[in-house]
Design a protein. Sequence first.
Length: 217
Amino acid sequence: MQLIIGNQNYSSWSLRPWLALKQMEVKFEEIRIPLYEPNSAAAIAQYSPSGRVPVLIDGAQTVWDSLAILEYLAERYPEQPWWPRDLAARTQARCISAEMHAGFFALREQMPMNCRARFPGQGRSPATDRDIARVRQIWSRCREQWGQGGAFLFGEFSIADAMYAPVVLRFVTYGVELNAIEQAYREAVLNLPALQDWLAAGLAETETIAQYDTLYA
């Protein structure tokens, strides 16, 4: 099994399946292709029919798009708790994962993931404030309603946490203020050994993407 990803400092979509694979202890080979370089498109096209990362290669199966990869993995390894076991919780987890997948455009555009950078207070606008408020509402409600038995949105780590992990990193980069429940959730995600490994790899990267590094410099 191979997972093709982009720069670990910047690629939020790559982080999602990578983190879930690590948390579920599924072995895979990581193939990293730096983005926005002259040969990036050609290198990615060798693996991905969409021309984008991430993409999962599992034998004869090629799966692209983060959420599609995660759903594939949930079917491929059903013994692992990819989704909450309770039907009502699982339904909510799928809803908020799909919402993250399909929305939050202002947050993505104005607060791009950049693990190395610190831009406190930057990227704020009425649109990003609405996105931030909705993320905070999701985190608080899930923790209050479903968070018994663990430190994550539905207690145990699930696909939903993988989907929101890049937002945790964005909130650190841009200094977003959180309440006590949200802070505790942020710390639980940040303290995952797998996420610490991702951050270390991102910090060690030598490539830069100017449009992200100079956005608020």
